[in-house]
Design a protein around this ligand. Structure first.
Ligand code: FES
Ligand code: FES
Length: 79
């Protein structure tokens, strides 16, 4: 399994819109964190697509080690 790069040891707060789809960067290389910009090419990793259930601020994992999918679960504190 390819190992992602740590983009940031903490979450990215982002405002999302209900019903809209987003692609969260999983490789850590995107220059447009926390979203995918295509920089994962050749890494064996790919973005995680998710749809926002409601319009609100969410906290997306920046360290790419969360066990809760795209969301920060505090795992960055152990890095
Ligand atoms: Fe990855 Fe918090 S930023 S678990
Ligand atoms: Fe990281 Fe696409 S740039 S998953």
């Amino acid at each position: 399994m390819p190992i992602p790069t740590i983009a940031q040891k903490g979450p990215y707060p982002v405002e999302v819109e209900a019903g809209k789809s987003y692609y969260r960067c999983s490789c850590g290389r995107s220059k447009g964190q926390p979203f995918c910009d295509g920089s994962h090419a050749g890494t064996g990793l790919s973005p995680i697509k998710f749809e926002a259930a409601e319009t609100k601020t969410i906290y997306l994992c920046g360290c790419k080690s969360s066990k809760s999918g795209v969301f920060c679960d505090g795992s960055h504190a152990k890095l």
